[in-house]
Design a protein around this ligand. Structure first.
Ligand SMILES: Cc1cc2nc3c(=O)[nH]c(=O)nc-3n(C[C@H](O)[C@H](O)[C@H](O)COP(=O)(O)O)c2cc1C
Length: 391
């Protein structure tokens, strides 16, 4: 209870969507889908996170065509069945949850047709029902990976159309926001990176050319999405490799996206080859800050931000506008409640869980004098186990 008005709990307006706070649950593949369709795992996993009172819950990378899935277990949104099963999950999240719901749409490109990380992440073998992958150039991701088919213009148009159809499905399902996956070496990211994109036509070479397909794609998606709803892009601020995407180029991409009506950025890094950075808390924030300052677009930072005080510092000092958290939310699905408690803010609880709010049982937090001072006055209700506020 350290801060009067924590910046982390200020609302943020993105077009007509109001985020209740700056805490975003980052997209996280669950590798638990059945032929692209959600399963009960998604209902449990997302239903749980949707009750966290966070600023927005962004669903995992969702493939716009079967070939765009990373694994056999990846979520898809490319036919009526995938739409109706996903719709059921989102409907339940909206009925019982208390957070805006976004989705990350994408295409795995040359990193498709693989095993999930928990099974080693290697590319699928022929007898494991592998499939042909596609990419800007016919360069495999790494040794022993599939050699992708180099995309021609008609395949680019096909992939753009698949994204547009998925955006229409998102609108029918009732998503509040869409995020295009342009990071981590998947299809859009591979176009942006000179490591993966070695084309000699107008889609390769200088950044102006490498971003041509990603921008055509984004423009078509934005056009298909209601003007009232926000659409953002997750992209790399760096490939963590001198031969990869440079920060200046990422900024150039951000500036071009801004002109196309992009509402938010979600800045990550890596994945176009096996280069890995040394990680530590907030290790990627510098890229989000540079891109936010250069473009003025509301920007999320992601990567090892788990301490609420660190998150508050980053927002209050203007390093970024939103904090995206992945593993922290798997570890503590009510991370937002914890952050609110530690920073002295309020955060929404579903009615069924309202009694867990520390304000209602401050005696369980004896070291927190301030909490004890602001505690609500409750009394024993009609049923002996129910406490109700005194009025
Ligand atoms: C289980 C898991 C699945 C992930 N799936 C995705 C994904 O679908 N799309 C994506 O852009 N990033 C994905 N990521 C990366 C996270 O969104 C996030 O950028 C990364 O984990 C760093 O944030 P953290 O330190 O808060 O976990 C995934 C991470 C984890 C742990």
């Amino acid at each position: 209870m350290s801060n009067e008005n924590p910046a982390l709990f200020e609302q943020l307006q993105l077009r007509q969507l109001t985020l209740p706070n700056r805490i975003i649950i980052a997209p996280m593949c669950q590798y638990s889908a059945d032929e692209g369709k959600t399963t009960d795992w998604h209902l449990i996993h997302l239903g749980n996170l949707a009750q966290s009172g966070c600023g927005m819950l962004i669903l995992e990378a969702t493939a716009v065509e079967p070939r765009g899935r990373i694994t056999h277990g990846c979520l898809g949104l490319y036919d009526d069945e995938t739409e109706s099963t996903l719709s059921r999950v989102v409907e339940a999240c909206k009925k019982y949850g208390n957070t805006p719901i976004g989705i990350q749409l994408g295409h795995a490109g040359r990193k498709a047709s693989a095993h999930p990380p928990q099974n080693g992440g290697a590319p699928l073998k022929l007898d494991e029902d592998s499939w042909e992958t596609i990419a800007p150039s016919d360069i495999p991701f790494a040794n022993d990976w599939h050699r992708p088919r180099q995309m021609d213009r008609s395949l680019m148009k096909h992939v753009i159309e698949a994204h547009v159809q998925a955006v229409h499905r998102c609108e029918r399902i009732g998503f509040d926001a869409v995020e295009l996956h342009g990071a981590h070496g998947y299809l859009v990211s591979s176009f942006l990176s000179p490591i993966a994109n070695q084309r000699t036509d107008e889609y390769g070479g200088p950044m102006q050319n490498r971003m041509r397909f990603p921008l055509e794609l984004f423009a078509a998606m934005r056009e298909a999405w209601p003007a009232t709803k926000p659409m953002g892009v997750r992209f790399n601020g760096t490939d963590w490799d001198d031969k990869g995407l440079l920060l200046e180029e990422a900024i150039e991409f951000g500036q071009a996206l801004k002109k196309l009506g992009c509402d938010f950025f979600d800045i990550s890094g890596g994945g176009n080859n096996l280069s890995r950075p040394e990680v530590k808390p907030a290790y990627q924030v510098q890229f989000a800050t540079a891109i936010k300052r250069a473009t003025g677009i509301p920007t999320m930072a992601v990567g090892m931000i788990r301490d609420p005080h660190l998150a508050e510092k980053l927002i209050s000092e203007g390093a970024c506008d939103m904090i995206a958290i992945a593993r922290g939310f798997l570890f503590e699905p009510r991370w937002s409640w914890k952050a609110a408690y530690e920073l002295g803010a309020t955060c929404d609880y579903p009615a069924q869980y309202a009694r867990a709010n520390p304000l209602l049982w401050p005696q369980a937090f004896p070291d927190n004098q301030e909490l004890n001072d602001t505690a609500l006055d409750w009394e024993v209700g009609a049923a002996p186990h129910i406490m109700v506020p005194k009025n």
